[in-house]
Design a protein around this ligand. Structure first.
Ligand code: F6P
Length: 526
């Protein structure tokens, strides 16, 4: 039987077992179903995975040739076949003296050169050498969306305790409320604007960039000294008015959602400084080394991916909650949503045949303990089983409030324990108090959030996504599904103001547009 068939066959047997009983049967279970790598401890023992299941999951890794596919990625082969691109975001965090080849050309000199230019630019901003029309740069606004926004935003929030340079603000949404809100407290003469767009064509980013340019110029700011761009298209940046020496480019072997490690991380580098940014890269690089060399049975990203496959593709628990008990990681769920769902949310495999076992899980979440007072009710008693992924720091950064952190830890551990043990109802009238228990969760623990630990967590998730994609046969590095919506939005744009644009194909959209047009003209300022 194939490992998939074996897993299907075993699923019923093991999922009937009470999870807490697995610990009674095997006192070493916590040790045997957890793994450490770099500074991370990943505990997947509060799941139904046992030795038999793990053996079949590891057979999947073997039979799908995950190690071979990983090596092809790291060697710079064009594994993003639908876009004919190599996938080498790992090169951005590679150490000095290493080589990485794309089409027989070593890309490391180019990467080191780019990083050196970024460092020098970031230092010049931080030291007041590059100034705005009103003096030293006091704030940075990053305009970008998707991969050009979620990574730097998540990392800036995560590493807020390291910020000693101009803080970063983010405009992503096309909704004008976002630009208004962000710009409200800023001085146009001392704000640096970074337009981050790999293609420099994304409608939201270009519209926001134009509005911010007008805001800056109207307020006496200087386009030449206060605008920079992160883009692969220097020409388009020049047309916008950004000088080529202020454009930081990157090769097409860096995908948008994998790009925080390079120029897209510029706002982060300015905020925390190049030295701490390098620690972030080093953390990612350490995890790369582990992923590239550890045997599958001790490989954290591999075991993380296998736990996900067990829950989603085998047990059909289609969602996964990301629950960081670390407020600074509050944007991690949104970041992972793009990383996981844009990478592996696909119905066809590399060769165009249908994906057999379901694509990426639905990723969502909120930091603890807030979520406990919102949706955890459904995690404990709802009819859907939602595997939970807890993240927890042994130590916080608020030493003067360390008792808060103790309460945070107790809550995090209590939740995974409660999900597992459940509670028997006391009698008929008590049935509403019963919790079924045996609900799976994993916990990722680390000593304390730091640039290095954040780098490890992000790189671990990138590799986990890769392993899932490799096992399912998916190309994790393209995103053709987002194109259709973009195209229809452009074609509808002309119809929002008047009914002269291309007519919508459905009666529903026509009716909604009609309503919007009427209400817009009724509410138009006189
Ligand atoms: O949403 C699709 C997408 O192409 C993402 O993959 C990407 O991160 C985002 O748009 C932004 O693209 P760009 O950096 O080219 O503006």
């Amino acid at each position: 039987m194939s490992p998939w068939q074996e897993l299907e066959a075993e699923r019923e047997r093991i999922c009937k077992a009470e999870m807490a009983g697995l610990f009674v049967a095997d006192p070493q279970r916590a040790k045997r179903f957890s793994v450490t790598a770099c500074d991370l401890l990943f505990d997947f023992s509060k799941t139904h995975i046992d030795d038999v299941i793990l053996t079949h999951l590891l057979r999947l890794v073997e039979e799908c040739g995950v190690a071979g596919q990983r090596d092809l990625m790291l060697k710079g082969y064009r594994i993003n076949s639908s876009e004919d691109r190599a996938v080498l975001h790992t090169a951005l965090r590679e150490q000095d003296g290493q080589q990485r080849f794309v089409d027989h050309v070593d890309i490391m000199p180019e990467i080191h050169q780019t990083l050196a230019t970024l460092r020098s630019f970031a230092n010049d901003i931080r030291n007041g050498i590059i100034r705005g029309s009103g003096g030293c740069i006091e704030n940075v606004v990053n305009i970008g969306i998707g991969g050009s926004h979620l990574g730097p935003e998540m990392a800036c929030r995560a590493l807020s305790f390291c910020v000693d340079g101009p803080p970063a603000h983010f405009i992503a949404n096309i909704d004008g409320a976002e630009a208004k809100e962000v710009l409200a407290g800023l001085n146009p003469k001392t704000t640096l604007v970074i337009v981050a767009s790999k293609t420099f064509t994304t409608l939201e980013t270009m519209t926001n960039a134009e509005s911010v340019r007008q805001w800056l110029l109207a307020g006496g700011g200087s386009l030449t000294s206060q605008f920079a761009a992160v883009s692969s298209d220097v020409e388009k940046c020049r047309d916008f008015g950004i000088a080529p020496e202020r454009v930081f480019g990157f090769g097409d072997y860096i995908g948008g959602r994998y790009s925080v490690w390079g120029p897209v991380g510029l706002a982060l580098m300015i905020a925390i400084g190049p030295r701490r940014f390098q620690e972030f890269l080093n953390g990612g690089n350490q995890m790369d080394g582990h992923f590239a060399t550890a045997p599958a049975a001790q490989n954290l990203p591999v075991l993380h991916a296998l736990t996900g496959i067990w829950h989603n593709q085998v047990c059909r628990h289609r969602a996964r909650a990301i629950l960081p008990y670390d407020r600074r990681l509050r944007r991690l769920p949104a970041y992972l949503q793009q990383l996981i769902m844009e990478s592996n949310g696909k119905s066809v495999t590399r060769d165009g045949t249908a994906v057999s076992y379901g694509s990426a899980a639905i990723i969502w979440g909120e930091p603890g303990t807030n979520g406990q007072h919102a949706f955890y009710q459904a995690l404990h008693q709802g009819t859907q089983v939602i595997p939970c992924e807890f993240l927890l720091a042994a130590r916080g950064h608020e030493d003067d409030l360390s008792h808060h952190h103790e309460i945070l830890i107790a809550n995090c551990l209590a939740q995974s324990e409660a999900l597992m043990t459940g509670r028997q109802p006391g009698g008929d009238e008590e049935s509403h108090r019963g919790c079924p228990g045996s609900r799976p969760s994993t916990t990722l623990v680390y000593p304390q959030l730091s640039p290095s630990v954040l780098g490890q967590i992000i790189a671990m998730n990138e590799h986990s996504v890769f392993v899932e994609g490799a096992i399912l046969g998916i190309n994790s590095f393209d995103q053709w599904g987002v194109e259709l919506g973009k195209e229809i939005a452009l074609s509808l744009l002309g119809s929002v103001g008047t009914d002269t644009g291309s007519p919508p194909s459905s009666g529903s959209t026509a009716m909604l547009l009609d309503y919007v047009r009427q209400e817009r003209s009724a509410l138009a300022p006189s």
